[in-house]
Design a protein around this ligand. Structure first.
Ligand code: PMP
Ligand code: GLN
Length: 382
């Protein structure tokens, strides 16, 4: 093609989730790799979506999203975090958190702007920074606790730093930020005038009686933060591709300028279905108990194995360390587990920009009890 197809992302191949799910299907393995539930969503939500399809909502939704849904989100955030986001100007419905993140980074990152990203990290942040000609500055978090060292963060800030991306609760490690972490972040972001992109898609999946702290609860963070959320995670509907972004008005104006040209608006009947369903608070408040039971079941079975674990504090991912079983790389271990044993996981080096391999595999426990038991029975024999 005479260079016409010169890649803007030469370092990127097919993402690790697609790769591992494909391999899992090829070898007919139990798929605990890609993060999605293997159980059905609530029939009530499915019936609501049928209702709005039958009522004829087949044309564009408003660019910002269905107003009733934005109002419900505003109320939910006020109830959970005591912070009011204006439904007209500070809430936009997106096609999943992925689009919210891409749109936000595109709205604010210019050539040579530096963006701090913790590694291991979810995979969509760095490519968005690169496509906008920014520079990702990675800070490595160490196994098993993956705690942020805020002094290290401060040392990595330069005159070019524009944004810091946090993901709380954290995929893949399952760690969560404490109140003190958010206070430290607030001081740094204020001191160096940084934007904060806070990926909070697992806000309801926090265990052991702990609470989720959102950036909106801290006045000096709220004014400079963009927070992203996913209905896929909250209502077991990752395939519906709906989520939302929250930001103060002056930031949201810029986000919407990009949003209107990369999707314009999102699925109309499904937004309406969610706008009814979200009104019942137990539909999201029950999530942490629901998933904690799954995490505990998985850990109970694994306790009899040679894998080592630090219980996941948030998200629906449990890391297992296999140093006592083998010295091979985590990629090789994950492949062997699929091909020889029939269980699929994700090697954590796949989330690390420097490919750091601490012999950890990520297992998704958003699965039926029976799936977790079948996988666990295999893992304890390894
Ligand atoms: N952020 C994190 C940390 C995730 O794990 C995911 C995966 N779903 C996303 C964002 C993307 O969410 P969505 O499926 O709503 O695009
Ligand atoms: N968030 C999911 C995970 O971490 C996967 C999303 C995707 O496949 N893009 O596994």
């Amino acid at each position: 093609m005479n260079g016409l197809n010169k890649s803007k992302l030469p370092h990127i191949g097919t993402n690790i989730f697609s790769k591992m799910s494909l391999m899992s299907a090829q070898f007919n393995a139990i798929n605990l790799s890609q993060g999605y539930p293997d159980f059905d969503t609530d029939p009530e939500l499915i019936n609501l979506s049928k209702k709005y399809l039958n009522l004829g909502f087949h044309q564009y939704a408003p660019m910002q999203g269905v107003l009733k849904l934005r109002k419900a989100i505003s109320e939910k955030h006020f109830q959970l975090y005591g912070k009011y986001y204006d439904e007209e100007e500070e809430i936009t419905i997106t096609s999943g958190a992925t689009q919210a993140i891409f749109t936000t980074i595109s709205a604010f990152i210019n050539k040579d702007d530096e963006v701090i990203i913790f590694s291991p990290s979810y995979d969509c942040y760095e490519p968005a920074v690169t496509l906008n000609k920014g520079k990702s500055i990675f800070i490595e978090l160490e196994s098993p606790n993956f705690k942020v060292d805020w002094q290290k963060v401060e040392l990595s800030i330069s005159s070019k730093t524009k944004m810091i991306i946090i993901n709380n609760p954290h995929n893949p490690s399952g760690s969560i930020f404490s109140h003190q972490d958010l206070l430290d972040l607030e001081i740094i972001a204020e001191k160096y005038n940084l934007l904060v992109l806070s990926d909070e898609v697992y806000e309801h999946l926090v265990y052991d009686g702990k609470s989720h702290f959102s950036v909106c609860q801290y006045a000096n963070l709220f004014k400079r933060s963009i927070a992203t959320f996913s209905f896929g995670k909250t209502f077991h509907i990752t395939g519906w591709r709906l989520g939302y972004v929250l930001a103060p008005k002056d930031l949201m104006i810029e986000i919407r300028k990009v949003h209107q040209f990369n999707v314009f608006s999102c699925n109309h009947p499904l937004q309406l279905a969610i706008s009814d369903y979200i009104e019942k608070e137990e539909n999201f408040l029950k999530l942490n108990d629901f998933y904690q039971q799954k995490r505990d079941l998985f850990l109970e079975i694994i306790a009899a194995s040679r894998f080592e674990s630090v219980p996941c504090k948030g998200t629906y991912f449990q890391l297992l360390n296999y140093s006592k079983i083998s010295k091979i790389s985590d990629n090789e271990m994950a492949e062997n587990l699929i091909k020889i044993n029939g269980v699929a996981s994700i090697p954590v080096s796949g989330f690390s920009f420097s490919k750091i391999d601490e012999k950890n595999l990520r297992f998704c426990f958003a699965k039926k009890e029976e799936t977790l038991k079948r996988a666990g029975d295999i893992l304890i024999k390894i």
